[in-house]
Design a protein around this ligand. Structure first.
Ligand code: SF4
Length: 357
């Protein structure tokens, strides 16, 4: 996926070409506005690799982008934001009609951090896997009933074990639907590569998955690493090489960035968090760093400490609770302070547990 701003046409063309040169057979670009659509049309003219667009809330843009792209990815969890009076089925019918008219494929991209609220409320909050599987099944059924056949489904989570379980469960129920595989917010390399190799390697070895993406938090000029890691994984699975085990302890999840990143300092902040929270490395805690307000608030909700990055400020959270907004500099000591408090609490609970035993 292009990590550059879509409206920065020269940078995005360069990004698409870099990914193609690294071996990508499909490049995804985020489109959120009419201005993005205009830029996309120019990017299409200047590039040759097949292009997929990523629509989040603005599903009506499918009509404008479909003539220029090969695939449209929509997220079932983002359809409810606009035109609330219209049914989900009506919105999917609109997207499918545009895709059909212009020979595009669709990807139903279900993501753990933004599950359709109507589906999520049917399940216990601790059972996120059932919710994402149900959402993927529901949208497959809608497309089937509409007679649209050129679609695939992805069920992504930042937890590699959940990715394995969600995809396995979906494939048992709908074995004929093609799967796009990925661990979302896998984070910085090399740990991000390991998480993806663990989950995607398992699924590929089971014969599941038609396409895949490795998501890494790296700046645009290093995005070729994602393709190299994906190609290496496929080669290793084909050759029967053993795959990594998952490391326990401190887990840092962070988004791979896209056109929606509000401040590129977010990648540096993520690296800084990893380097400066090593005192917590033995503890099973999760820190999340996200690059924008579209997915940032939802996708930091399940972390022990979350930071979603805006243009000038970072929103620091403990679970669902917002601690405050800080500048990119001021947030650093606050993250350490929160991490220390978390570890202290963790130790107290552990000591209490030992005393009771
Ligand atoms: S969190 Fe925002 S910036 Fe990061 S990949 Fe997702 S949409 Fe893009």
């Amino acid at each position: 996926m292009a990590a550059t701003r879509t409206q920065d046409i020269p940078a995005t063309v360069q990004q698409v070409q870099l990914l193609e040169k690294a071996g990508a057979s499909l490049v995804r670009i985020a489109v959120d506005s009419i201005k993005d659509v205009k830029a996309l049309i120019e990017i299409r003219v200047q590039t040759v690799v097949p292009i997929s667009v990523d629509l989040q809330e603005n599903w009506r843009l499918a009509k404008l982008v479909a003539p220029y792209v090969d695939k449209i990815r929509y997220n079932p969890g983002h359809l409810w934001h606009h035109e609330k009076q219209m049914s989900t089925r009506g919105k999917v019918a609109f997207i499918a009609e545009q895709a059909e008219k212009h020979g595009c494929a669709l990807r139903v991209g279900v993501n753990c951090g933004s599950v359709d609220p109507e589906v999520a409320e049917r399940y216990d909050p601790s059972d996120s896997i059932s919710a994402i599987v149900a959402s993927a099944l529901e949208h497959s059924e809608i497309l089937d009933k509409l007679g649209f056949t050129r679609y695939c489904v992805s069920l992504k989570d930042s937890d590699p074990k959940k990715v394995v379980e969600a995809n396995t469960r979906f494939a048992q129920l709908r074995p004929e639907v093609p799967l796009h595989l990925g661990v979302t917010e896998a984070g910085l390399p090399p740990k991000g590569v390991n998480k993806s190799r663990f989950a995607l390697g398992k699924l590929l070895s089971m014969g599941l998955g038609e396409t895949l993406r490795i998501s890494l938090t790296v700046p645009p000029e290093l995005k070729g690493m994602e393709i190299e890691a994906g190609s290496q994984l496929i080669e290793d699975v084909v050759n029967g090489l053993s795959l990594p085990i998952l490391e326990s302890g401190l887990n840092i999840i962070s988004c791979p960035s896209c056109s929606r990143v509000e401040n590129e300092a977010f990648v540096e902040l993520t690296k800084w968090v990893e380097e400066n929270t090593q005192f917590a490395k033995e503890y099973d805690v999760t820190f999340a760093v996200m690059g924008c307000r579209v997915n940032g608030p939802g996708e930091t909700d399940h972390a022990d400490i979350g930071a979603w990055c805006g243009k000038t400020h970072v929103n620091l959270k403990r679970g669902h609770k917002l601690i405050g907004q800080f500048t990119y500099e001021d947030v650093r000591p606050r993250i350490i302070e929160e991490a220390e408090k978390l570890i202290e609490l963790y130790n107290k609970k552990r000591n209490l547990f030992t005393l009771i035993l």
